[in-house]
Design a protein around this ligand. Sequence first.
Ligand code: AMP
Ligand code: GLY
Length: 420
Amino acid sequence: MNILILGSGGREHALAWAALQNPKCDKLIVAPGNAGIAMIADCAALDIEDGGAVVTFAEENSIDFVIVGPEAPLAAGVADRLRDAGLLVFGPSAEAAKLEASKSFTKEICDAAGAPTAAYGHFTDADSAKAYVQAQGAPIVVKADGLAAGKGVIIAETVPEAEAAIDDMFGGAFGGAGAEVVIEEFMQGEEASFFVLCDGTDVLPIGTAQDHKRVGEGDTGPNTGGMGAYSPAPVMTDAVTQKAMDEIIKPTMAEMAKRGTPFQGILFAGLMIENGQPRLVEYNVRFGDPECQVLMMRLGAQAMDLMHACAEGRLADARVNWADDHAMTVVLAATGYPGSYDKGSVIGGLDGLPEDSFQMMFHAGTTEADGKITATGGRVLNATARGTTLQEARDRAYAMVDRVDWPDGFCRRDIGWRAL
Ligand code: AMP
Ligand code: GLY
């Protein structure tokens, strides 16, 4: 099977690594990829949000199966274009990708499906949004409706703070994403990420994870795309998982199918769990980054078979072989991230790292020139490891971190602290 993976982050490096574990993978191309991916697969420059260009590239390279990593090409309809051209693709249609691309759409689906989530209002002007906030009081959560690269959510501790966030959003701080605003009840509890393959009809849970969104140790400071993650998430007990499937995931998928827009791909549910009751915080229509890194490390070669079965609508017969193991990933980021940071610093110490089915240094924002690896982004490397206990996975991950020589980077030293 010739496989094309779209994307360039740590998530795509992990997907590529898992694909290569599987003997059914004959050829692998990642577009556009990064320096770490280039060490294991062919990389190709390609505008992955241009559906026509992706179709042409896939046809010219005899691709049998396309895996879409990030949300932007999905929201732009790239999976639709590939399917229209008769190509097998893992990832939802643009209509189904609205589960991530529009928060008001997701809330409306939850209402129709009876899925537990925060109470909310949906607004297209600042005055009615502020009136709602004044009636509800604080704390309260103000969200830009559209895709805002993870930045469109403000947790307001006071009513004036919420009003300022509303003015910012309608004032264009998040571009078109903030033209509509969702305001939500602030939910208490512990968060977890739940990953379920959906083929339009059947569903198959493939793992749970917890990530650390804040930049600072002890989960303090500004939000980031994620500074580390571990799997499984202890809060996702069998009982909570069953409730999440029965009350949230299955009704959502049934509602999408009923509307004639079935969801096919990986559904990533962000859940808030309080007293054993899960409620939906948000859906994403792709793997989490860095959650994907720990999931791929745990699933290994079967990941590709599962995604392939999902794309072909064969999930009813698919099974996951669970190992009783744990995985952790630690993100190394450029100093200054998530604020402004410099690009182009040289990263040493990557040669000779032990890389096998228990430990991998997945690359995110890296490039290679003249034999040197340099940083090109905020989140740059993901030291990822597996073990029979979380402590063992942690020790392996940090042993990799400690061999990296990168004075311009930093990481959190406390990933997994809650679970450990
Ligand atoms: P989202 O992009 O919707 O996942 O929001 C980003 C983060 O904000 C989530 O991971 C939560 O930590 C937090 N968050 C979002 N909505 C709520 C809510 N209604 N109650 C409490 N926390 C929330
Ligand atoms: N790590 C969170 C996300 O990928 O959305």
